[in-house]
Design a protein around this ligand. Structure first.
Ligand SMILES: Cc1cc2nc3c(=O)[nH]c(=O)nc-3n(C[C@H](O)[C@H](O)[C@H](O)COP(=O)(O)OP(=O)(O)OC[C@H]3O[C@@H](n4cnc5c(N)ncnc54)[C@H](O)[C@@H]3O)c2cc1C
Length: 377
């Protein structure tokens, strides 16, 4: 199929990446986003961009801007023990033929600005304030209707509508709910201390604090806390609770705890959810991508990377000479194993951090994932 029109539900990282990749291949691309503007839909702190994310961003013309706006690191990571002593370096895996760094950290608003600017520059039509309620596939065309009564018709519909995707039920014929894994992530922006020059992980199988550089002077700290599904921490207790979790740490984490964790309002606490949807990821002229099919806990920093890769591969397959069904099948075949590995390894790291996976080697598991991710898409 070539040069048709495509609707993309969701203007997140995945939807915008797919739209850019499709426009670059000559398709008409319209993004339907429920939030009223670009900034309203961006929440969270910073984003880890591994080498494979940068390779996919390069394919849509956004990698250099991300590196310029972020913090390109010379190596992937470093492990410290609870006391703060060095345990391992994790160099990361070079991507053959690429001069991009093994890791870049960036703030979410900057990444969204870069994707949005690029999307508009290549001619993507972005409709904000458009919440899609129903989709209908008549075999030749697909129609999406918003809850305010507008309708949009195209040759193909891509659902990049996130972990709570409404379109997923239409494609699968049944609903699969994401599940809470037992951890919630504390996140807080802090000044970038000199030793935060790559991902720094400090801890053990009782809990792991992590640091990610996201600009020359900015980093974020995260801590994955083991919390019951219905446990809530009142907003005015976020800082004391986080300091409590970090009480046993020395070195870098002790310094961050004592100097920077004071203001509850600066702390974001998010439950970690996971979903891995079995194939097929498409039905008729409608296909799923991104968190709608593989919502990944943040342990490997690969969720957004996988959504961007989905967009690039989907555009490549749709631009081939195949019919729509064959193109969607080829897309899923290229994506499924890779995403499954990330979903499952991220879950295993979470289990290990909660003390429920004895003998698990999180460094070896991370390195394996990085090696597989460095393979061609
Ligand atoms: C706390 C946290 C930290 C993370 N850190 C990292 C990291 O460091 N590195 C990394 O690679 N990944 C990370 N991730 C994962 C990453 O954020 C996601 O995997 C990625 O954003 C998925 O992109 P997406 O476009 O598929 O979905 P989303 O970003 O969820 O976008 C979906 C979009 O669809 C819109 N939408 C939904 N329903 C409708 C509708 N009916 N009509 C119109 N619009 C609709 C939503 O408003 C939204 O804009 C993290 C995730 C979390 C929760």
């Amino acid at each position: 199929m070539q040069h048709g029109s495509i609707l993309i539900i969701g203007g997140g990282i995945g939807g915008l990446s797919a739209a850019i990749a499709l426009r670059q291949k000559g398709f008409g691309a319209t993004v339907l986003e429920r939030y009223p503007d670009m900034h309203a839909s961006v929440f969270g702190v910073g984003i880890i961009q591994p080498g494979n994310a940068l390779r996919a961003l390069d394919a849509i013309g956004c990698a250099d801007a991300c590196v310029a706006a972020g913090y390109p690191a010379k190596q992937w990571g470093r492990m410290l023990d609870v006391a703060g002593d060095h345990v391992h370096d994790m160099p990361g895996v070079a991507i053959a033929g690429s001069t991009l760094p093994p890791l870049n950290g960036i703030t979410r608003p900057r990444l969204h600005q870069i994707l949005t600017d690029r999307a508009l520059a290549v001619g993507v039509d972005i409709r904000y304030g458009t919440s899609i309620d129903t989709v209908d596939d008549d075999g030749d065309r697909v129609t999406a209707r918003s809850d305010s009564g507008e309708s949009f018709t195209a040759d193909i519909l891509i659902a990049a509508d996130g972990v709570r995707s409404r379109v997923r039920r239409h494609v699968l014929g049944t609903e699969i709910e994401p599940h809470y894994i037992g951890q919630s992530a504390f996140r807080i922006n802090i000044p970038r201390l000199p030793e935060i020059d790559c991902i720094v992980l400090q801890g053990d199988d009782r809990g792991m604090a992590g640091y990610v550089p996201i600009g020359p002077d900015l980093a974020y700290m995260f801590y994955n806390a083991h919390l019951g599904a219905h446990e809530r921490i009142p907003e005015q207790e976020l800082a004391p609770r986080l300091r409590e979790y970090l009480a046993r740490f020395g070195g870098l984490t002790a310094r961050v705890r004592d100097e920077f964790i004071a203001d509850d309002a600066e702390i974001v606490l998010r439950p970690e959810e996971s979903i891995g949807v079995p194939t097929p990821w498409h039905k008729g002229r409608i296909v799923l991508m991104g968190d709608a099919v593989h919502a990944i806990t943040p342990h490997l920093g690969q969720g957004a990377a996988q959504a961007i890769e989905d967009g690039v591969v989907l555009a490549e397959e749709l631009a081939s000479d195949r019919d729509v069904d064959a193109a969607f099948t080829a897309y899923t075949e290229r994506r499924y194993g890779r995403c499954k590995l990330i979903v499952e390894t991220s879950l295993a790291i979470g289990e290990w951090e909660m003390g429920r996976l004895d003998g698990f080697d999180n460094v070896a598991a991370t390195n394996h994932v990085l090696e597989v991710m460095a393979q061609p898409l």
